[in-house]
Ligand binder design. Sequence first.
Ligand code: X8Z
Ligand code: ZN
Length: 609
Amino acid sequence: MKRYSLLIGVLAAVGVAAAAYAVQAQKAPAAKATPAEARAFLTRAQARLLELWAKADRASWVQSTYITDDTEQIAAEAQKDVIAAATDLALDARRFDGLKLPADTARKLELLKLALTLPAPADPRKQAELTRIAASLEGDYGKGKYCPEGPQGKCYSLNDLENIMAQSRDPDQLLMAWRGWHSISPPMRQRYQRFVELANEGARTLGFADMGALWRSKYDMPPEQFSAEVERLWQQVRPLYEALHTYVRARLIRKYGKAAERPDGLIPAHLLGNMWAQQWDNIYPLVEPPGSATGYDLTELLKAKNVTPLEMVRYGERFFTSLGFDPLPKGFWERSMFTKPRDRDVVCHASAWDVDQVEDLRLKMCIEIKGEDLVTIHHELGHNFYQRAYSTLPPLYRDSANDGFHEAIGDTIALSVTPAYLNKIGLLAQAPKEGSELGELMMRALDKVAFLPFGLLIDQWRWKVFSGQIKPADYNKTWWELRKKYQGVAPPLERSEADFDPGAKYHVPANVPYTRYFLADILQFQFHRGLCRAAGHQGPLHRCSIYANAAAGAKLRQVLEMGKSQPWPEALKALTGEDRMDATAILDYFAPLKKWLDEQNRRPVTSDK
Ligand code: X8Z
Ligand code: ZN
């Protein structure tokens, strides 16, 4: 797919039988057809889509890097053209339903039927209305600023507020930043409601019950089975998350006292170092296991070296080239946006693009010199190297095995950014210390384990919003019910239906499905385990780095080059030997930390080190 983390996902497709689960389509199939006609139809369809995708992506790139009313409108119109064409093609593809076809042709037809992430009604006026709303929601998020009343007239961008959340240890400051950012989304609420109505109408046109049913049909299995898989994985990792939550809560109470302590056991969402309480690594110093310090801070290492944003991207690229991938093309360095422009509004949320789906790769990011951003760069480059690896396949196969794979590749590489690796590339002076294992695992857990319930809950909310089980009058209340249920966090302020807190998270206004990140969080440990095995690594998984390992590189390349040509279990098997998503890899990785957390959690809360 074009851009990973995008306005209106276009491709992203799936399994051979998926559309069979859709409810009856509205458009009746035309005359019977032949396999040769099906092939010719697919050739035309793919050429048409490729052209429209590139046009829409160019418009969308300009919109995201220069937000104005005009660029929003231009991008919306280009998206409308994609959606109109993709809808027509998906309905036309039904002509070949029931025909005996070669597997490859059948798969492409199914992928075509599932190609849209944002479906629209057949009426062109409604298509225009929907794409305008979609563009304006993402635009509003990108433009979002908090300008508190006061003499200075200072405004805070999301980056400013995120830095406060990361660094401040003053509960009042943290509350100011949290409140400030959550004030940008209430104006989205009405439009979001209309957006859901129109997109659902579009989903029904394509034969799905609602937009969520369409999203869940993209995994080479019946949608109900997919929901059950997600639940199974969550139950596998839940005890690990709960152990971390219990420990972190106790440490926060020790640090903040009353401001952190609630009788219901929840953690106030503004104390975890992140605007959405989704990754907690910024509070590592508050929860560091005594006597097991990692001994370094990646941000300080980067600053000490006077590294520039461009050099940070080069570090990421070098990891991939060390595995045997070609360097990024010249156009990448010319067309990407690495830093936040001073003179205009942009969508800072990081994303990776393949505009023409061949060589025109780009990164869009507002890089700051911090460890978190070095990790995000690896994440994004994972998308770009995937995009390039599948670029020679037929257009409908130019996507990841499933969307969790796309999100997992760069993160898998980032798991190899170990102290030994940092030492090897000259960022860290000393090799990893003995006895720092718990510290290293804690750092990683604050990122990866803390994220698990968050990765899950966004779409638990949206699936119910799309199906109508959550009514607009309950948007915010149900959002916080799910945040309590899964993450165990509570709003730091009284909330009401005048708020629209889901809109303060990028992927909701940008309509990017989110379960992919939950899957990726689990898959990346499976991939890491598989690649470390290929590399012949001995010892604990968290000390493995596949940097410069040819065998691991070859295995990874082979899987990326498969794109979406096979059902995802085939790709998983090629990488890991396993054909199911499985959380034992993440559980094994963190096993020593889990044991330690369980011991700590048995001790009374007030006891000290
Ligand atoms: O959105 C992203 C990437 C772009 S695909 C920066 N991520 C999720 C998020 O920020 O919420 C990566 C981690 C989860
Ligand atoms: Zn991503």
